[in-house]
Design a protein. Sequence first.
Length: 67
Amino acid sequence: MSQVTYQTKCPESLTEFCELISILFGKVERDLYKALSRGEKINELKRNYQKIYGINARQFNSVHTSP
């Protein structure tokens, strides 16, 4: 079995965007965990988080299903 590794440089603006997205993902993930621990319903949370954090349903599902 062989392995290939690729490396590329990305623009500084993309790095900053990725950092901001990771911060948002972490905040949503922590808030979601707390809300689910309190027994809040997932469908209501999805609607509310889309409004509060400006994320779409696919992004919410990604946070919800992350390990």
